[in-house]
Design a protein around this ligand. Structure first.
Ligand code: GBH
Length: 479
């Protein structure tokens, strides 16, 4: 795969899936319609000081009312698949107990519309929007939430299982736990490091229980989990910087990959977190549940962390002390370095496409073999809308092009990568950044809700149609 062909194309393997992704709270709006009740993001977003501009997802891109048009846009672009998430509060308003038929009906109509247009639905059950009643009962730090999640998963699968074959339990448990409960940048905005480590475990446990609940109803169901992974490298090859990289790789990547795929927590990370949590919340048998075999692993990739150790004092490095403010528990003292000359996106994230290939190869080599999907990859840029309404987002085209080539590089190294989802289909509610950051391949005018595919959407559409990216040397030959 991926070799330059005489026609100047680098082709993707047969059956490789090209899609785009979204998440319920980021696009749906209609937060009080059809029996939906508040999630932690409804509460968080209207709490003063939490989200830039005080923006909330109350209207978002109004996808709840415009889903038919949005599916038509996807069909025009030729997407093979659409990854979206289900709002738990819409389909089970109390987070427990009876389903809400109107909420389920929305997703049934969306799925039917996708299928009618030949687009494979790729369902994520949880993209960060816990029903508020479950947070009031303790949230993810409470063990019970894992059991509630499995019931909810079974409830959704019972209704959509006949037309949806690809299920993802969680999106990025790292974010739900550490941003939600440790540094409080995301809902529910708690700053309780010990609770955050319990949340990690209960999310993973919820994933395992939900997978089992779905397979109890459909033994052959394709069930996976999506994690956000980073390439991590030390700023220099000094032993202290290499140690900093070990710590950050442990917290960002292995804290999730090891339990999911190996059925154990990484002992070095457990040791690094000794001052935060004794992992007393882990019960016998939990890790076997967490490691329920995955049908596929979803990987969301955006950037690389380059890290530096704290300056030694009297020859010793103090990992607890001073230095930069720790963005997450266990990262104390570590400095996140920006490399000179490496371009960044509007999020200030360094653009590092080789890091995607590196990440895919690493997962393939270090963990049991399983099909991989890039379930998110994309970039925010300060898009300019031309007078004629066009959005020529060349930097985003370059970003996607480089990362799709990285996918091909990984495939060339034997990685069973089966698909790629661009983040995101639409400009949308970018969490704590509100509407101030745009990731879409389709521009959304938030006054009129008018959608306009950007240059990147047209470019991606061509990639999908050719099932290939053009080889730079041979580009002429393909015109
Ligand atoms: C994804 O997460 C989300 O799934 C998606 O909903 C979102 O819109 C998209 O990315 C774009 O943001 O500075 O230490 O707080 C992105 C994964 C992980 C990226 C945490 C930023 C910051 C870590 N994110 N990371 S820290």
């Amino acid at each position: 795969a991926g070799e330059p062909s005489p026609t100047g194309l680098r082709r993707f393997p047969e059956g490789f899936l090209f899609g785009a992704a979204t998440a319920a709270y980021q696009i749906e709006g209609a937060v009080a319609e059809g029996g939906r009740t508040p999630s932690i993001w409804d509460t968080f977003s209207i709490t003063p000081g939490r989200v830039v501009g005080g923006h909330s997802g109350a209207v978002a891109t109004d996808h709840y009312h415009r889903y038919r048009d949005d599916v038509a846009t996807m069909a025009r672009l030729g997407l093979n698949s659409y990854r979206f998430s289900i709002s738990w509060s819409r389909v089970q308003p109390d987070g427990a107990g009876p389903a809400n038929p109107a909420g389920l009906d929305f997703y049934r109509r969306l799925v039917d519309e996708l299928l009618d247009n030949g687009i494979l639905p790729w369902v994520t059950l949880y993209h960060w929007d816990l029903p508020q009643p479950l947070e009031d009962a303790g949230g993810w730090p409470a063990r019970d939430t894992a059991a509630r999640f499995a019931e909810y998963a079974a409830l959704v699968h019972r209704v959509l299982g006949d037309r949806v074959s690809n299920w993802t339990t969680l999106n990025e448990p790292w974010c739900s736990s550490l941003l939600g409960y440790a540094n409080g940048h995301h809902a529910p905005g708690r700053q309780e490091p010990e609770a955050a480590i319990a949340a990690v475990h209960h999310l993973l446990l919820g994933h395992g229980l939900a997978s089992q609940a779905i397979r109890a109803q459909e033994p052959d169901a394709q069930v996976g989990c999506t994690v956000n992974l980073y390439a991590v490298s030390p700023a220099t090859d000094s032993p202290a910087d290499v140690e900093a990289a070990r710590r950050i790789d442990g917290l960002a990547n292995r804290l999730f990959l090891d339990p999911l795929l190996l059925g154990r927590y990484p002992q070095d990370v457990v040791a690094d977190l000794a001052g935060v949590s004794d992992f007393g919340h882990v019960r016998e048998g939990d890790l076997a549940t967490v490691a329920t075999p995955l049908s596929m692993l979803g990987i969301n990739y955006y950037s690389r962390y380059v890290v530096k150790a704290p300056e030694p004092v009297d020859g010793t490095v103090d990992w607890r002390g001073g230095g930069a403010v720790a963005p997450w528990p266990g990262s104390e003292g570590v400095e996140f370095v920006k490399r000179d000359g490496v371009p960044v996106t509007a999020m200030d994230w360094e653009i590092d496409a080789p890091g995607l290939a590196e990440t895919l190869v690493r997962v393939h080599r270090e963990y049991p073999e399983l099909p991989l999907y890039v379930t998110e990859n994309g970039a925010a840029f300060d898009d300019v809308v031309d007078p004629d309404g066009a959005v020529n987002d060349e930097p985003r085209v370059a970003y996607f092009d480089a990362h799709l080539r990285a996918c091909l590089d990984a495939i060339d190294e034997g990685v069973p990568l089966r698909g790629y989802f661009a983040w995101s289909l639409l400009d949308n509610y970018e969490w704590a950044w509100g509407y101030t950051r745009r990731f879409g391949i389709v521009h959304v005018d938030y006054e009129t809700q008018v959608r306009t595919p950007k240059a990147s959407a047209h470019w991606y559409s061509d990639v999908i149609a050719r099932h290939a990216v053009t080889d730079p040397q041979g580009a002429e030959a393909t015109r």
